[in-house]
Each structure stands twice: as structure tokens, then as C-alpha cells.
Design a protein around this ligand. Structure first.
Ligand SMILES: [Zn+2]
Length: 396
């Protein structure tokens, strides 16, 4: 399917889509945008002028003439980093500066002690964003970008490894994040930078980043993030589906049959997170007397073919497959992709795939793609950047 016949009439020709077509190279002129959107040239011109006046699009010289005046070419400004992005994990954070097309300009990984609490952790990460874009948030009350005109930073996107109430940007009952419950991330950050700050959970941002970079032609997709925790993000009709409060896709506390059912951080027992997350694998191996300290150690054991670790990985893969089978039967996606640090764990992936095929309706799996998220360690900050870019374009 090409973008020309994508069934997304509700989105068709909106400013976000116009910007995306230019950013991806699908369109280089107003005429291209008119053809792709089906909108009249005057409507396209109006929207393009609005995007240009907001600094979100720019004229980039004259294109090839097909008779008559040479059309002016359009481009997304790529003069420097204009969006800040933070992908917070349990032990590390990826921090990046990206341009308006969602391309990473600069990024680095920092160690994080999540138990230091939200003020300390987010304060340090915002300072790192400022460093990457060449400014200092402490100076002048806002982030000022060095190589760019002051105020050229358009926003900051933040991914949190726990449930985020979408309407408020507040964290609600996260596992393994002591001191973060109820914290208003958006308000805290808004007090430190003078640009919009948007917050979402890390699985949603992985879904957005992976969809925009690898599957933008597909309308229905499910992305599993399997690392220390486990969650998923859902793309429905081409858009991130958050549900009423922002908890859509949170599969971590779905019950899987496990005997004996291990206790979960939520107070129940036998949740997917308590069986199949990286944290669960560490706990289970320790209980079997294997001296392993973290997920890296678990992955090393699995790669080395350790019998106990491999058996646990297979059990985890079956558990993920069981929950995913329900999701696939219910939602009928075109692709299921798995990312996060456990995505490279072959025994887990093989069991997940087998269970999925066994438990799904043939019609649901006939053309279903099951794959790894390909975008690598920058997929989260890419999603965060797209979240901000969408927000800025909508506001414009
Ligand atoms: Zn639970």
C-alpha cells in the first residue's frame, strides 16, 4: 500500500501530514502536497504559509519547471537540533537533540538512579538536553539554543518507564519507581524550560518512533517493549491509541497462568510483568541460586546457552505470546514488533512467535508481520521528538 491510498481520511492533508510528507521526501512542492492530499492548491498554500510562518517549513529554492514558473521547493528546516528528547529507563536514559524531521542530531546515554527521585533525575536530564542543544536551562529561565536563533528549541518530549495519565502528564502507580507516584512531570519540566513539554510512557514512544521510521505505511500495529519492565504501544488507524486515560496497551498486569504464580509489584500474582519482564527473570534466576545481578547478566547467560536462563526465557516468551494472542485476535494488527533489551533474546522470541501462531485465528495471522523493532537505541527519543513535533504543529 502506498501513502496515496492510505485510508486515513481523517488525517489527510492536516498540517501534521503535510509536514510529514515534506520531512520524508514524499513531497517537495505545494503541487506534490496538493496531489497527495487531494486538497485544492489554495488550501494547501494556506496551510503551507502557516507552517512557514511558524518556522516549521521553509522555502528551499526553485524546483524543476513543467512549463511556466518554476515551483518553489519546500523543506523542513534542518539547520540544527530543535527538539529535545528524553527516554528514561530503569538504569539509563537516552537523551537527544533532533531536528524537525525527527532525525537525531546528537544523542547520548547517561546512567540514572531512578530512586534518587523525579526532581533530581529530571533536573539532570533537562540540563543534558540543554547541553546537547547548546544552552543552559539555568540561565535566563529557559533553554536557549547555541547555534540557532534564541528560542529555536521548539519543545521537549519525555518518555517515562511507567503509566502516565495523558491529560495531565502525571505518573500513576509506577512499578520500581519509588517517589515518582503522582509526580507531575509536565509541570515540573515546564518550570525549567520555556518550551512545551510533552510526556508519555516509554512503550508509547517506542511505538511512535518505530511506526514513523519503519511502518508509516501501515495503519494498525502493536509494539511490545520488553526490558526491565514490559509494556506495549498501539497504533490504530495510523495514530497512537492511548484510550481514555493513557493506559491503553499497558499489558504489564494482565494475568498469565503460572504455577506457582509469582507475586507482582501491583499486589496481585501471576501478572505478565512478574513472569516475563527482565526484572522477573533476574528474580527467578536468583531464587534458583544463580548469582545474577541485572538484566545484562541474564542476557549474557541466555546467549551462552545456560539451561536455567534459557528455560526461563522460553517461559517468558510463551507468557508474552499468550497475552499478545488475545491482543492480536481482538485488534487484528498488520504488524507486531518487539523492542527493548529482551528483543534480541532468541529463545524468548521463538516461544512468543510459536504461541502467537498457535493461539490466534488464522485470519488474524495470515498476513501478520512479526518482527523486531529495527530502529535501535534511538527509537524512544525519535518517538519523543515526533510527539513534540506533532504537538508544535497542532498548536501552530
Ligand atoms: Zn501486577
Amino acid at each position: 500500500m502506498t501513502i496515496d491510498d492510505a485510508p486515513r481520511d481523517a488525517l489527510r492533508g492536516g498540517p501534521r501530514e503535510l509536514l510529514r510528507w515534506v520531512a520524508t521526501g514524499a513531497a517537495v512542492s505545494r503541487a506534490d502536497l496538493s496531489r497527495l492530499s487531494g486538497l485544492s492548491p489554495s488550501t494547501v498554500s494556506q496551510r503551507v504559509e502557516a507552517l512557514i510562518s511558524q518556522g516549521l517549513l521553509e522555502e528551499a529554492g526553485a524546483g524543476r519547471s513543467r512549463g511556466g514558473r518554476r515551483p518553489r521547493q519546500l523543506a523542513v528546516p534542518t539547520g540544527g537540533a530543535v527538539v529535545g528528547a528524553i527516554d528514561l529507563g530503569a538504569h539509563h536514559a537516552r537523551v537527544g537533540a533532533l531536528d524537525l524531521s525527527g532525525r537525531v542530531v546528537q544523542a547520548r546515554t547517561l546512567p540514572v538512579r531512578i530512586e534518587d527521585g523525579p526532581e533530581a533525575v529530571l533536573g539532570a536530564l533537562l540540563a543534558e538536553v540543554a547541553t546537547l542543544v547548546g544552552g543552559d536551562p539555568a540561565a535566563g529561565g529557559g533553554v536557549v539554543t547555541g547555534g540557532l536563533a534564541p528560542g529555536a528549541l521548539r519543545g521537549v518530549g519525555i518518555g517515562i518507564p511507567g503509566p502516565v495519565q495523558h491529560s495531565t502528564g502525571r505518573i500513576v502507580s509506577p512499578s520500581r519507581m519509588p517517589g515518582w507516584n503522582g509526580f507531575d512531570v509536565a509541570a515540573f519540566c515546564a518550570g525549567r524550560v520555556d518550551v512545551p513539554v510533552v510526556v508519555d510512557n516509554d512503550a508509547n514512544l517506542m511505538a511512535l518512533g518505530a511506526h514513523r521510521t519503519a511502518h508509516s505505511e501501515l495503519d494498525h500495529a502493536v509494539y511490545i517493549k520488553a526490558g526491565t519492565g514490559i509494556g506495549s504501544g498501539v497504533i490504530s488507524s495510523g495514530r497512537l491509541h492511548r484510550g481514555a486515560q493513557g493506559s491503553a496497551g499497558d499489558i504489564s498486569h494482565c494475568r498469565v497462568v503460572a504455577d506457582p504464580a509469582p507475586p507482582c509489584t501491583c499486589g496481585n500474582a501471576g501478572c505478565l510483568e512478574a513472569v516475563a519482564s527482565g526484572a522477573a527473570l533476574v528474580t527467578a534466576l536468583r531464587e534458583q541460586g544463580v548469582p545474577v545481578s541485572d538484566l545484562t547478566g541474564v542476557i549474557r547467560l541466555i546467549d551462552d546457552g545456560d539451561r536455567q536462563a534459557t528455560a526461563l526465557a522460553r517461559q517468558a516468551g510463551r507468557a508474552v505470546g499468550e497475552i499478545l494472542a488475545v491482543v492480536v485476535n481482538f485488534f487484528n494488527p498488520q504488524v507486531v514488533a518487539i523492542g527493548g533489551r529482551l528483543a534480541d533474546c532468541e529463545p524468548l522470541l521463538a516461544s512468543m512467535r510459536a504461541t502467537l501462531y498457535e493461539r490466534c485465528l488464522p485470519l488474524a495471522t495470515q498476513t501478520l508481520l512479526i518482527e523486531r523493532v529495527a530502529a535501535g537505541q534511538d527509537v524512544g527519543i525519535t518517538g519523543a521528538a515526533h510527539l513534540v513535533i506533532d504537538h508544535v504543529v497542532a498548536a501552530a
